[in-house]
Write a protein that binds this ligand. Structure first.
Ligand SMILES: C[S@@+](CC[C@H](N)C(=O)[O-])C[C@H]1O[C@@H](n2cnc3c(N)ncnc32)[C@H](O)[C@@H]1O
Length: 259
């Protein structure tokens, strides 16, 4: 079975929609590096919060391909221009996801509670003044408030609510977001974590963290953690992109087809 994601073409854009960048590429690399595990997981419901141009959700659908076996895909974005751009990106690649213009998953929590098997998020994570968070337009793509955590800290409890018992969450974070603290916070809720991809660029140091429910971690409201098996925090399982750099927006012919 072959799959292609490197030929995602620029078919639509908008000045207020986030154009895929190193963080988007790192997230897709993380998903690619875990593709075999994802196929074994057989996710029935996959979701992206903050789909932007549609690069990630389209890549995910193409990557899972026919082997996704009837999985459903949903993506949300608070920016209505992003919904249109994602729609056009998906259409031109022959894939379909339900697209919803909403704040994180507002209005969907009851419908989707406990049923999302795969959740992917590249949130606004850049530390900014708090009043820049959630502004109209392109600023909402990156403005993360204090320590870049404002939107992340709203997404995490929603993720917990939406994820199924076997659900996995992949999230982009920056060193400034204090990823180990995020992992500890999630561990208190019963989630193990590991850094799937760590990548430093000139501007930032990115971590793509994978979270999954671990029954050996006893969630404790008193902030204590009992954990016999989870990956110790700080241990990095870096795949350092063994995968060819993805091309995007109609550039070269780089192709990550495998057989
Ligand atoms: C860093 S961009 C990532 C876009 C795309 N997923 C990618 O990786 O290229 C963050 C996206 O999250 C969206 N976003 C910001 N706050 C949001 C919220 N509260 N609910 C839903 N989407 C949000 C932005 O509009 C933007 O499209």
């Amino acid at each position: 079975m072959s799959y292609k994601i490197a030929q995602i073409r620029l078919v639509s854009s908008h000045p207020e929609v986030y154009e895929p960048c190193d963080d988007s590429f790192a997230l897709v690399d993380a998903l690619l590096s875990d593709r075999n595990n994802l196929l074994e997981l057989k996710p029935m419901l996959c979701m992206e919060v903050g789909c932007g141009s549609g690069y990630v959700i389209t890549s995910l659908m193409l990557m899972l391909g026919e082997e996704a076996n009837g999985a459903q895909f949903i993506a949300t974005d608070i920016n209505h221009h992003a919904i249109r751009v994602t729609q056009e990106t998906m259409e031109s690649h022959g894939v379909y996801a339900e697209l919803i213009n909403t704040d994180i998953a507002s209005g969907l929590e009851n419908r989707l509670a406990g049923s999302v098997d795969l959740l992917v998020v590249n949130p606004p994570y850049v530390p900014t003044p708090e009043d820049e968070v959630g502004r109209e337009g392109i600023a909402s793509a990156w403005a993360g408030g204090e320590n870049g955590r404002s939107v992340i800290d709203k997404i995490l409890p929603v993720a917990e609510k939406l994820l199924s018992k076997r659900g996995w969450l992949y999230m982009v974070t920056l060193t400034a977001n204090n990823p180990s603290q995020i992992c500890r916070q999630m561990m208190k809720k019963g989630y193990a974590s590991k850094i799937v991809v760590q990548r430093s660029t000139v501007e930032e140091s990115l971590h793509i963290i994978k979270f999954w429910k671990d029954n050996d971690i006893e969630a404790d409201t008193n902030d204590t953690i009992t954990n016999s098996k989870a990956v110790p925090l700080g241990i990095v399982d870096s795949v350092r992109s063994q995968i060819q750099r993805l091309s995007f927006w109609g550039s070269s012919d780089i192709n990550t087809t495998t057989n």
